[in-house]
Design a binder for this molecule. Sequence first.
Ligand code: FAD
Ligand code: SF4
Length: 504
Amino acid sequence: MDFPQGETLDAASLERDETFSCDAVVIGSGAGGAAAAWQLCEAGLSVAILEEGRKFEPSQVSTKYSWSLQNLYAERGTTVALGNIYLPMARGRVVGGSTFLNAAICFRTPDRVLQTWARDYGVGWADPQALAPTFEEVERAIGVAKTRPDQGKANALLFKAGVDALKLEGDFISRNAAACVGCGICQMGCPLGLKGSVDRNLIPHALSRGAALFPSARAVNLIIENGAAVGVEAYGVDAATEERKRKLTFRCKKVFLCAGAIGTPLFLLRAGVANGTGQVGENLRVHLASGVVARFPQIVDMWHGAQQGYYAHLPGENAVLETFSATPEVFATQYSEYSKPVKRLRDLAGCGVMIGDVSKGRVRLADHEARSKLSYDVDRADHLVLLKGFEALSRIYFAAGAIEVHFGMPGVGPLSKMSEVEKITRRTDIPVDELPQYASHPMGTARMHADPKLGVVKPDGETHQVKNLVIADASVFPTSLGVNPQISVMTTSVTLTRLQLARG
Ligand SMILES: Cc1cc2nc3c(=O)[nH]c(=O)nc-3n(C[C@H](O)[C@H](O)[C@H](O)COP(=O)(O)OP(=O)(O)OC[C@H]3O[C@@H](n4cnc5c(N)ncnc54)[C@H](O)[C@@H]3O)c2cc1C
Ligand code: SF4
């Protein structure tokens, strides 16, 4: 079949096996894949974007969480890492990848993180000043603007009041959702199309300049000739059963693997490539997160307003405090003990602590190719930062007038003053699995390192072992960031793609 430039061809609908030729194949249509396709198409190349998930328009998105899990999340929302804790790990499987589900928070990579990458991992381009114009380009392309107070609403404004009272450093969060009306359900996809997830900007841009998008296409193998990647084998995927359908073969000059920090190592492990030193799937970092819920004497209705609207730095730590909301449906389940009678849900406000983790995990193949096998062990140092975050959040909420705070820990009821809080947050012997923890930012599983023994890709994104196989997603990060990653993923991908284009 001729390469369908400019078109979207659902791979599950193909009636026979097909072979295509193009300049480059991009595997994965999330933050990294869309940014790579954008740059490749700007350079005039023909690009196939393969995406295992389906494509949805805003009007097709349901506001029922169960529907989202079933249709938009990898592994139907059941991805979990097992180690010394049980860690639910959200990630997208849809055109737009995890950006389709994310809360639109936009932070640049912190200077200290870039400096560490340059100094300890040989990543020469990781220079805050030199990268500033690329950050700006990415932010412009996906429409970043600071959340307005009327978008943040009470959940953000109460937190701000506490931050201001304590004279901490905080601000409304910059988001790629300038026209957001604050319906508070970003994690189900924006039903109004007001979030700048990459399916709404970078991918349409690429399609208008030479790309073809293949939703429902799972890449399963790399075609290698003379030590260089020359193509990809993929299969159409049945949405209901997740089983393979027709085979799609792509011949190309370069492959950009952008399947995310779980999907990328799974692809490499399954294909048995680029893993001569056993680094693939190692060094999983996730931005461990937990939260505090506060009860106020007034109605908050936390589900009104941008899902995450205001933030503060956790003093002295590589961590941020970010307000969060959830729908009553989700909240009543997760915080059932604080929400009886159910109308008391209306008095609650929520804020999370998210840390630049030093704990590590691993990605391994599971029995079925649509599943993952993850492990992650929380280091005591990270656990103590989370507790420090709980203490800071409690202090902020009490300063804003909260009656009590809740930690969601077994056996710990509502806490109504700081002396009660400190009896918990100053302990150093709490079992690490007693904090409810969550993660949605997998990173680092194909990390960039100038030394081929210590990394999977070189600082220019090409794998150490397979020529013309480039990785450009969250898996190449050498370390955890300590801030939400989408801007870092896109900026890294743009930088690596341009380095590859410059090489020809
Ligand atoms: C619920 C949630 C909320 C978040 N909130 C924020 C936020 O507010 N701000 C922020 O900065 N970050 C946020 N993130 C994280 C951010 O979205 C991710 O870090 C970022 O999208 C990662 O980019 P990526 O390209 O590495 O992977 P992804 O964006 O996850 O894209 C990978 C894509 O590859 C596809 N894929 C995987 N394997 C294959 C295969 N074999 N063949 C074909 N396709 C494949 C997947 O289906 C997926 O669509 C959030 C994430 C989640 C899940
Ligand atoms: S909170 Fe804003 S960006 Fe998120 S889904 Fe609602 S309208 Fe869209």
